[in-house]
Design a protein around this ligand. Structure first.
Ligand SMILES: [Fe+2]
Ligand SMILES: [Fe+2]
Length: 279
């Protein structure tokens, strides 16, 4: 479990203060969770955040924060980069703690900020993580005996997955997110933006129906490598691919959770309000 990974500061007194602080701000941390979940806080050093969970590096990067924090705290780094510290903390805690999902709290953030984060996550998949896995698979094939046909299956399966993932991301980028922005703008201006044009044909209900899990095939791909790979192959490269597939899977699960449990209900509420105004 992700919680087990926690090794660094804060020390117990600081951790307790942080939890009190979090509780005072009304986050959904239940009584039982408080003692098992050590949440990352604004007063922690950014380097300690990374030491607590190195998988946060790409998450931190997608906020535009680059390595080389020195001794700066999370609060200072966020301030320097113009980032909402509460939103940043909520996202990194959601990512780091499987059992932490402060739905009410997340729903209070500006929907455009959530969309911006989701867009940056898409860019990370498209520009970094997917090309990295593809490159590793190419290397694996290149460094293994030509006769190994099971590796060709890995490549074929990955390319199919990549196609499906990119189509999913493109649909959200070109239809869902622009729609969310239109609904938000209409809602903010207290006028009905749902009456005209394309918006009638699309809604969060449509999104709910069409929004499929993009991590199912990743599980199958992991299994091809874990269970069925045979013949001669470069073991360290194979392990690196499996590791990167797990990393992508975790990131996508977290991303989908935000889309399904935060973005959709928040926008649906705006839609209802706009429909009521128009009636
Ligand atoms: Fe997405
Ligand atoms: Fe999605």
């Amino acid at each position: 479990m992700a919680n087990d990974r926690w090794r660094g500061p804060p020390a117990s007194r600081e951790a307790n203060n942080c939890l009190n602080d979090i509780d005072n701000r009304g986050l959904n941390v239940s009584q039982g969770d408080e003692f098992t979940m050590k949440l990352l806080t604004a007063t922690m050093k950014m380097c300690d955040v990374i030491h607590s969970n190195y998988l946060l590096i790409p998450v931190v990067n997608r906020f535009g924060i680059r390595l080389g924090f020195g001794e700066k705290t999370v609060k200072t780094v966020c301030k320097e980069c113009g980032i909402d510290v509460e939103f940043f903390l909520t996202i990194i805690n959601v990512f780091s703690n499987e059992n932490y999902f402060p739905q009410r709290r997340l729903q209070t953030f500006n929907v455009l900020m959530i969309v911006e984060y989701l867009r940056k996550t898409h860019s990370y998949y498209i520009e970094t993580q997917v090309p990295l896995i593809e490159r590793l698979i190419k290397e694996l094939i290149h460094h293994s005996p030509k006769s190994n046909s099971s590796l060709k299956l890995v490549k074929k399966f990955f390319l199919e997955y990549k196609k499906e993932l990119l189509a999913h991301l493109k649909r959200e980028e070109s239809v869902t997110f622009p729609y969310v922005e239109r609904v938000y703008n209409a809602y903010r201006k207290h006028r009905s933006g749902l009456k005209s044009g394309k918006q009638v044909q699309y809604s969060m209900q449509v999104y709910e129906k069409e929004h499929d899990d993009v991590d199912d095939k990743l599980y199958d791909l992991q299994n091809i490598l874990i269970k069925y790979i045979s013949g001669g192959f470069d073991e360290p490269l194979c392990n690196a691919i499996i590791f990167e597939l797990f990393r992508l899977e975790q990131d996508i699960k977290d991303h989908t959770r935000i889309e399904d449990n935060i973005l959709r209900p928040v926008v649906q509420e705006m839609e209802e309000s706009l429909r009521a105004q128009a009636a």
